[in-house]
Design a binder for this molecule. Sequence first.
Ligand code: HH2
Length: 282
Amino acid sequence: MTPLVWHLRDRALDLSARPLVMGILNVTPDSFSDGGRFSDPALAVARGLQLIEQGADVLDIGGESTRPGAEPVPLDEELRRVVPVVRELASRGAVPISVDTLKPEVAREALAAGAHILNDVSGFRDPRMIAVARDARCGVVAMHMRGDPATMQHNPQYADAAGEVTAYLEERLRALGESGIPHEAICLDPGIGFGKALEHNLELLANLGAIAALGRPVCLGASRKGFIGAVCGRALEHRDAGSLAVACFAAARGTAHVLRVHDVPAARDAVLLLSAIDRHRR
Ligand code: HH2
């Protein structure tokens, strides 16, 4: 089997042995799950260190909520939220830092502060984001989103959700490659909950293998999202068991390689157990 490696600036992560746990750190007042808890930079740094201690392999730091209908954040404010936290956590050097942003200025400053990955929920539609990533030779997460956060949940329609999302990501992989971002730096993400109704999210999860077959790692961000609440009848604060079930489903099938989660200790235990069991497969 060819090893699945993700290149991020000065390092390379091997994703063949087990999925990585990407811990979510939202430095925002309004994120759908943890908004307001870590909006102070000192609290955010402490939370980041806690996530590393709990077993996060990567941290994903965001300063602008992308939940449906979220208010856009002015550039100055996003820089103020994100850059000092990235600088402090990157200086500890323990794990690669990903930055969840749509703004090229934030991306550039975060990379200068030591970030390793750009996570762009619009799939690098903005050529300026591509240029920033190319110049820094950083890792990228290219996600599928239908529309934009303001309107994406207004009656999304697909004839074939899994097929359309896979085709979109295949096109992004090609376009990013042609723009000078090596395939080895790219991770793909179906964008669970971004312009998708319940059945679209379920169809995507059931057919993630088609995205994995594009040959790049798949990042899966299902943690605490609305479809888990819809299937299980659970309010936001009671979705961690469902989130873990989704992560395990994809990890066990080998169709997700980076699990973007709020509950890091549970995801860490799950991936360690799955890989321990898998090593005994005949
Ligand atoms: N989901 C969210 C934000 N960023 N990035 C990737 N690659 N994949 C995802 O599924 C994804 C993402 C939304 O979740 P969260 O960060 O918890 O909330 P908010 O956007 O409200 O800050």
